[in-house]
Design a binder for this molecule. Sequence first.
Ligand code: HEC
Length: 98
Amino acid sequence: MRLILPLAAVALIAAAPPSRPLAVTLSDAEGLLPERYGVSADAANANCLACHSAAMITAQPRLSRVQWGETIAKMRNVYGAPIDPSDDKAILDWLVAD
Ligand code: HEC
């Protein structure tokens, strides 16, 4: 038993995957919103991730287009988000894509 435990520890360490290069870790953690059903998330990525994570948006219950429009207005008017009004349509298209 005295010998087996250290051997098991060595085996675990040996089996651990090599540490990944920093660049890969960063791109994994980028946390961008994904394209949905062919609808680009570019406008949402550009306008919605400055202040909070993508998860803040994807964790929401399903909302209607009108409700999401109200959320965008709240981000803009209450929290001062500099969302270009010409991006609203593309952001909404992505938010309600399903
Ligand atoms: C200027 C900063 C800022 C930007 C840009 C921003 N938000 Fe927010 N957002 C906030 C803050 C602050 C909160 C409140 C956070 C909290 O309650 O912890 C919030 C909360 C939310 C919530 C949680 C529900 C709610 O109504 O509070 C959602 C959903 C959301 N934002 C969506 C968006 C979307 C979609 C965009 C892009 C169109 C966006 N946000 C851009 C600042 C921002």
